[in-house]
Design a binder for this molecule. Structure first.
Ligand code: AMP
Length: 297
């Protein structure tokens, strides 16, 4: 009854059972916002398109409501039960170190937390930073992941400027392409953490949060794979099968044309660029490559 008053109950179409909507926190701005909404879309939840100033949006196809909040605040919202799960950066989750569970990595927002020094610095490795000063907005991760004794200078923005301003000998910051480092005359000396977007929940997530994690995983896995179909002469089959990578043995189907077979397989998207010419050279023809929507093991 209390939950009903808070407006958290909804009846699924055709069902007399009221369902408590799953509340998922989504970054309200920044580089994780759009890919997070796209993932919810690709998972088939039917999110209503949020306006720039929206604070929340419902989903048409599932009893799910998305709340738009700052990526940095999401671990706290999840820990405190304000939302049932949330999408944010792994770096943020590890830095906050709150009581939350990482449910599934989401394959976007890839970056790494790296230590960097000015190009002309004599410092070559993380070990050389011992006794030095390091500017960062990730003090916990820097303390935990840098070797030895360093003095941390806590900064919240424009971390790359700190060495030039004489505030620190090095920085620890997020890097994706490395171009910001180069533009600011900095050189990486080591990777502390690989990060990407992650779905987090409380230590004991609701069943529907676990189900959503499974759906997200099937979308993320499908994005990294392609369905390959080709025709080949039977005598090329052994060579073609040896070229085709992937989790399962390919399906081989006879064709109406004598001596010809069709080969179907799921292959990693990243292998396609080198695989197709090799298959053609081995005698494959009528090669089709199609995207997948979901992949469940
Ligand atoms: P934003 O809200 O745009 O500052 O992005 C916040 C999150 O995006 C970070 O916590 C990371 O998880 C992720 N990210 C991906 N690439 C980068 C990058 N080059 N710099 C900062 N954050 C990044």
């Amino acid at each position: 009854m209390a939950a009903e008053r808070r407006g958290r109950l909804r009846t699924r179409a055709g069902s007399p059972e009221p369902l408590e909507r799953l509340r998922i926190a989504v970054p309200s701005k920044g580089r994780l916002r759009e890919p997070a909404i796209e993932l919810i879309h690709d998972a088939g939840l039917g999110p209503e398109t949020p306006g720039d100033r929206a604070l929340a949006f419902p989903c048409r196809n599932a009893p799910v409501e998305a709340l738009l909040v700052r990526a940095e605040d999401i671990p706290e919202y999840v820990q405190d039960g304000v939302v049932d799960c949330g999408i944010t950066g792994l770096d943020i989750v590890r830095e906050r170190a709150l009581d939350v569970t990482e449910l599934v990595l989401l394959g976007f927002g890839a970056c790494s937390l790296e230590a960097a020094v000015q190009s002309e610095s004599p410092v070559r490795s993380l070990g050389d930073l011992r006794g030095g000063r390091v500017a960062t907005s990730f003090p916990r991760l820097a303390r935990d992941l840098l070797p030895g004794d360093v003095e941390l200078v806590d900064v919240s923005g424009s971390v790359e400027l700190a060495p030039r301003l004489g505030l620190a000998d090095a920085i620890v910051d997020l890097v994706s392409s490395g171009s910001t480092l180069r533009t600011n005359g900095l050189r990486s000396i080591g990777n502390l953490l690989d990060s990407e977007a992650v779905l987090i929940g409380p230590p004991e997530p609701r069943d529907d949060a676990l189900q959503l994690a499974g759906v997200f995983r099937s979308v993320v896995d499908a994005r990294g794979a392609r369905y390959l179909m080709l025709n080949a002469p039977e005598e090329s089959l052994e060579e073609i099968c040896s070229l085709v990578p992937g989790s399962r043995a390919p399906s081989v189907l006879p064709l109406a044309e004598p001596g010809m077979v069709a080969v179907h397989s799921v292959v990693p998207a990243q292998d396609v660029w080198r695989l197709l010419p090799a298959l053609e050279a081995a005698g494959a023809s009528s090669i089709l490559l199609v995207p997948l929507e979901r992949m469940l093991a």
